[in-house]
Design a protein around this ligand. Structure first.
Ligand SMILES: [Ca+2]
Ligand SMILES: [Ca+2]
Length: 146
């Protein structure tokens, strides 16, 4: 399927969206601190970006109550499994939406392999920055044109 901007443009837009999303969830590197950002968001009840022990206690207690289907005040392994599956599903959906850059509900090969494209771009960018640095050292001015 073709877009007006062409695949290259879509790739760039997707990358920008992804980078933005990763910055929002607390860190450029989504691979570092696995699920850290999502966990924080999940417990951050008042959305101020920090999670207090009280907030976390409230959220965890709420989860227990929500998934304690027989109401005995404790989670059996079956009840915990339901909770766990729900959490995994949230993360799974999150990951899917993360990959589905244009949000059409399908992850294309292009979207699936976007992280590799991004790595490729990062490496090229790094090489370019290295060159810029060399130039800067040569003539004492910063080159900002791309
Ligand atoms: Ca129970
Ligand atoms: Ca898609």
């Amino acid at each position: 399927m073709m877009h007006n901007g062409g695949p290259e443009m879509m790739g760039m837009m997707g990358m920008m969206k992804r980078m933005h999303g990763e910055m929002m969830s607390g860190g450029m590197m989504g691979s570092m601190g696995p699920m850290g950002g999502n966990m924080m968001q999940m417990f951050d009840a008042d959305g101020d970006g920090t999670v207090t022990p009280d907030e976390m206690r409230t959220q965890l207690q709420a989860k227990l109550t929500e998934f304690d289907s027989d109401g005995d005040g404790a989670l059996s392994i079956a009840e915990f499994e339901t909770l766990h599956s729900a959490m995994i599903r949230e993360m799974m959906v999150d990951k899917f939406q993360h990959l589905d850059a244009d949000g059409d509900g399908a992850v294309t090969a292009e979207e699936m392999t976007a992280p590799a494209e991004m790595m490729d771009r990062m490496e090229k960018m790094r090489a370019k920055m290295g060159m810029m640095k060399d130039q800067q050292e040569d003539n004492g001015t910063m080159k900002t044109d791309n």
